[in-house]
Design a protein around this ligand. Structure first.
Ligand SMILES: Cc1cc2nc3c(=O)[nH]c(=O)nc-3n(C[C@H](O)[C@H](O)[C@H](O)COP(=O)(O)OP(=O)(O)OC[C@H]3O[C@@H](n4cnc5c(N)ncnc54)[C@H](O)[C@@H]3O)c2cc1C
Length: 117
């Protein structure tokens, strides 16, 4: 599998024109990181052709080296120190997307409030 997550940027409200972001899988990115980027982009587009259902006018490739956590912890946050409070939070704790990052931040805030009250 070359891609597991495809986002419709127009539906998300961040693009006035039809535009999508195709996220490569970890395995695909690792295999193609040092390779020819436009060629990698074409492979991703080919794999997404059925889902896209339209012609491609233009495309750009970008490599985000730290875009996703390699491992997601089961705890929503990790308390390193009670007082002064030091808590780790982010999408590596409660799920590798915005929702997980928000839930993790919430859990961290609660942990800090608890340790300072
Ligand atoms: C291209 C792309 C598209 C995405 N689209 C979606 C989507 O549609 N839906 C979805 O749910 N998720 C999406 N994600 C995933 C989502 O962006 C992340 O899961 C989320 O942003 C993680 O939030 P976070 O707060 O854990 O980390 P981040 O958002 O990465 O925040 C970390 C912050 O820490 C700062 N920082 C780093 N190092 C330091 C330092 N030494 N000192 C001070 N500050 C520092 C960074 O600048 C950054 O502001 C996408 C990710 C990418 C790369």
């Amino acid at each position: 599998m070359v891609s597991r997550f495809r986002a419709d940027n127009q539906m998300k409200g961040i693009s006035a024109k039809p535009a999508v972001t195709i996220h490569a899988t970890h395995a695909f990115s690792l295999e193609h990181w040092d390779g020819d980027r436009p060629a990698s982009g074409r492979l991703l587009l080919e794999a997404a052709a059925e889902w896209l259902g339209a012609g491609i006018k233009t495309f750009q490739i970008h490599g985000w080296r730290y875009s996703k956590p390699m491992r997601v912890e089961t705890q929503a946050c990790v308390i390193l120190n009670q007082f002064p409070p030091l808590v780790l939070a982010g999408d590596a704790f409660a799920g590798p997307r915005v929702e997980g990052a928000a839930l993790s931040g919430w859990a961290a805030a609660e942990a800090i409030l608890k340790s300072t009250s």
